[in-house]
Design a protein around this ligand. Structure first.
Ligand code: MBD
Ligand code: FE
Length: 313
């Protein structure tokens, strides 16, 4: 038998009590948000006749997600990260702050405190036997085309197996993570290895949620960037290496047409020599355009708990 009780005064009064509406203390915003969230969930339980078995299986799944620190992984899979991007894009548009290279999601695998270099850096530790040499370079300019010298370009990406240092204990500290400061011409350059795509760990709680939706947990090969410079809007973005089967089938919904980059294989020894490389390599060029702003709060990345980053609240 199915019953519907959500709209009764008893349930509505109960929700007000649970959300702390009758208490003087606490945060008004927290109360209103929790009230809405619980009301939506109570109604969902009523509408879908969620059984106690289903409810407690979900609680257990959430415990497992938490135990594995996987909420930050499930979030992009459920589109939250991209949804926040869509909201920030709309906000920029409304404030007349659009223009420049588009943003896309940070993801859960950034680690603060990577080594810094001026102009050029080597990012890989040379220990990935399948690592194919990549030369990653580009110019940072403002939206008027003026080069931005001294811009901080933070780059992080996966190895040839799709693993990220810090989270993959088999890699050395800060492998494939660097901060490069652009030179007088606004250029950054990195020697690294071509990253592989990422896959959500098989059988993990995140994987099980995606499987229930008939979805996979794969990301195309990509490289993450934070770019910042005084007087310019902080940019969080990624590039995708073109030709990946998951380019338009990213479980994290981060692909944007403007951020697709074609790697160019270069065989000439003279070209390698110019860059201090020993053999054939793939050159990946990503030029970045930063929007100008005097607003200080738009010039740095948003606060978020991150690995090895001191929390600020
Ligand atoms: C990643 O490498 C990533 O960038 C995202 C968004 C989610 C999981 C793994
Ligand atoms: Fe990633």
């Amino acid at each position: 038998m199915t019953v519907k009780i959500f709209d009764t005064p008893q349930v509505q009064d109960f929700l007000n009590t649970v959300a702390g509406f009758e208490q003087a203390g606490g945060s008004d915003r927290a109360k209103r948000i929790i009230h809405r969230l619980l009301a939506d969930l109570y109604r969902l339980i009523d509408d879908f006749d969620v059984t106690p078995e289903e409810f407690w299986a979900t609680v257990s799944l959430m415990n497992e997600l938490g135990k594995g620190s996987q909420f930050g992984l499930l979030a992009p899979g459920l589109g939250f990260d991209h949804y926040l991007d869509m909201r920030m894009d709309a906000e920029d548009e409304a404030r007349g702050l659009s223009g420049g290279t588009p943003r896309t999601i940070e993801g859960p695998l950034y680690v603060a405190g990577a080594p810094e270099a001026e102009g050029v850096a080597r990012m890989d530790d040379g220990r990935d036997p399948d690592g194919e040499t990549m030369w990653l370079t580009g110019l940072v300019r403002d939206t008027d085309g003026q080069p931005v010298a001294g811009a901080r370009v933070e780059i992080w990406h996966a190895d040839s197996k799709g693993g990220y240092s810090h989270f993959d204990p088999s890699q050395s500290e800060y492998n494939l993570r660097r901060t490069i400061v652009t030179d007088a011409e606004g250029r950054y350059a990195a020697r690294s290895i071509i990253p592989s795509g990422y896959g959500v760990p098989e059988g993990s709680p995140t994987d099980r949620v995606l499987a229930a939706l008939g979805r996979h947990g794969q990301r195309p090969a990509h490289i993450h960037f934070f770019i910042s410079a005084p007087g310019h809007k902080h940019l969080t973005t990624q590039i995708n290496l073109a030709g990946d089967p998951y380019t338009w089938d990213d479980f994290a919904f981060a692909t944007r047409e403007e951020l697709l980059v074609d790697g160019r294989v270069i065989e000439e020894a003279s070209e390698a020599e110019q860059r201090g490389l020993e053999g054939p390599f793939t050159e990946v060029v990503f030029d970045i355009e930063l929007a100008r702003t005097e607003a200080q709060e738009l010039q740095s990345r948003h606060k978020r708990p991150r690995a090895l980053e001191e929390s600020t609240d």
